[in-house]
Design a protein around this ligand. Structure first.
Ligand SMILES: C[S@@+](CC[C@H](N)C(=O)[O-])C[C@H]1O[C@@H](n2cnc3c(N)ncnc32)[C@H](O)[C@@H]1O
Length: 320
């Protein structure tokens, strides 16, 4: 028997708030009314965010992002703490700090971390003005910040040695992330997903944005829990667009290894009978290129059916 569904009315309320915030382009007030809101969020919406983190962290590992054993990791705007949980599982940590404007959120994040990784000490950090973490995690927070929040985050980024940000893959937030990226070009190396260290070419045309697609785990297609969530909340669980950025401060470590093939395919491709048209980012800028079915079958197939496998198909092509 699949596990019981969380309170759907709570999740629906949160989704509507997030959509409203996206439409109205204004910062939301504290929306966590009590611990049950976060519990419901964690069971469904945070799980989806966790799958995006898994994809981003796999790419970071491939790009040489070093483990964080023994290091201080701070999850800013932690919510239920999904970013910290995914990061610690992939890269470890010496100590975890969680920060959120909501006390309910910090309490839940600490509890969920203690259940997942009890051996790594963790504590709440109610104010970040003096924080200078080894690794800063930011997940699905950018769009919610008002001017003071943005200023606080910028200052915190500049004091952090390594920064990992995962955000929704929509045009507005992904472009906000690219702008933030460009502000730190002088002081940080870009580790992923960027294939070069120049300004972000996705900002040149107003209709472009840097984003990718993650894969949900297999149980999403076999577990009755997820089938009911998809049906009752009308969520397409297969579609996981995300934008992300990993960078490391230039005075805190060496430059990341250069890519053998400094190109990255972005977003959703236009699939035609014999080829796919897709945006390709490199130090030449963002170009619309054609991938032929005949000559680059693996990449074409990934673009058509499994966009999350495009990066792997590109890497395999380079080995051939
Ligand atoms: C959409 S939730 C994302 C939570 C979590 N990071 C995740 O990925 O699931 C955004 C979180 O940012 C927090 N937040 C919003 N503005 C903030 C601010 N100015 N300072 C600290 N936290 C903030 C909210 O309370 C909320 O927990």
């Amino acid at each position: 028997m699949s596990r019981p569904l969380p309170n759907l009315a709570r999740i629906t309320r949160l989704r509507e708030l997030f959509l409203e915030e996206r439409r109205a382009k204004r910062a939301l007030g504290d929306y966590w009314r009590d611990p049950k809101d976060i519990e419901a969020y964690d069971a469904v919406l945070a799980a989806r965010i966790g799958w995006k983190w898994d994809a981003a962290l796999a790419e970071c590992a491939d790009r040489g992002f070093a483990r964080a054993d023994g290091q201080v990791v701070l999850d800013y705007g932690c919510g239920s703490g999904i970013a910290a949980r995914r990061f610690v599982e992939h890269f470890g940590a010496g100590e975890l700090l969680v920060h959120d404007r909501s006390a309910h959120a910090m309490t839940f994040a600490l509890k969920s971390h203690a259940e997942a990784t009890p051996r790594i000490p963790a504590k709440r950090l109610p104010a970040v003005r003096d924080a200078a973490p080894d690794v800063l995690l930011v997940s699905h927070v950018l769009a919610e910040l008002d001017q003071d929040g943005e200023d606080e985050l910028r200052a915190l980024i500049s004091r952090s040695k390594r920064v990992l940000i995962v955000e929704p893959g929509n045009r507005r937030v992904a472009r906000q992330l690219s702008q933030l990226r460009d502000e730190f070009l002088d002081t940080f190396y870009l580790q992923a997903p960027c294939p070069h260290q120049g300004t972000c070419p996705a900002l040149t045309e107003a209709n472009d944005w840097c984003h990718f697609f993650a894969t949900p785990p297999p149980e999403v297609f076999t577990d009755g829990f997820w089938a009911r969530v998809a049906r009752e909340l009308n969520i397409d669980l297969r579609s996981l667009p995300y934008a992300f950025l990993a960078m490391c401060r230039k005075d805190a470590g060496p430059a990341p290894p250069a890519l053998e093939d400094p190109e990255r395919l972005l977003g959703r491709a236009e699939i035609l009978k014999h080829f796919a048209r897709v945006r390709c980012c490199s130090d030449r800028g963002l170009e619309l290129i054609e991938i032929t079915k005949r000559h680059e079958t693996k990449i074409w197939r990934a673009l058509k059916k499994r966009p999350e496998q495009v990066r792997q198909a590109q890497a395999e092509r380079n080995k051939d």
